[in-house]
Design a protein around this ligand. Structure first.
Ligand SMILES: [Fe+2]
Length: 179
């Protein structure tokens, strides 16, 4: 979207553009997750992926709701950043065809993506608050909380706990899944 060189372009316009960009980003991410999910075996990671699918679908619904509130169409803006993150994720997961190194690589990519989401949802929330759009702010806050929670789950799956090995532990020797 071209930014006009005048004062007519306001924070509200910026919010509308960012919401539509995030809507495209979430659709792309959901598509990527579906493509890769069958290859993931680690039980905790599979649970994280299932949770991610649910929350990404909910995010798409919320972003559509926000577009309705703002009176703009959800489609029509491409998120180039998510496209790049997914391209890199695909290259890496292809490089390590299977096993714990591929899974560690998937977690690394998923965390880059979730951090991009956290930045986008946090900014959207701040813009909505500034504009007094309470319902929009609430929807962004829900998306932000879910992304923060998924990020924490992914960290735990990668690094393990006192009681179980994480994917990173297994990937040290590209080892098999823990029983
Ligand atoms: Fe974007």
């Amino acid at each position: 979207m071209k930014t006009p060189l005048n004062t007519e372009f306001t924070l509200r316009d910026l919010l509308e553009e960012q919401v539509r960009d995030l809507h495209d980003a979430e659709i792309s991410y959901l598509d990527f997750i579906f493509r890769v999910s069958d290859r993931l075996e680690h039980p905790e990671l599979r649970k994280n992926v299932d949770d991610t699918i649910i929350s990404t679908r909910e995010n798409i619904d919320r972003l559509v709701q926000i577009c309705e509130i703002l009176g703009v169409p959800p489609a029509g803006v491409d998120c180039a950043a998510m496209e790049g993150l997914i391209r890199e994720a695909k290259e890496h997961t292809k490089e390590y065809e299977s096993g714990s190194v591929m899974e560690a690589s998937f977690v690394a990519s998923a965390q880059r993506i979730v951090h991009y989401e956290i930045a986008g949802f946090g900014t959207g929330k701040a813009f909505a608050k500034k504009l007094g759009l309470n319902e929009v702010e609430k929807l962004f806050d829900e998306m932000l909380s879910q992304s923060v929670s998924i990020d924490k789950q992914l960290t735990k799956t990668a690094t393990g706990s006192w009681f179980s090995d994480g994917i990173n532990d297994l990937a040290v020797s590209n080892g098999p899944l823990a029983e």
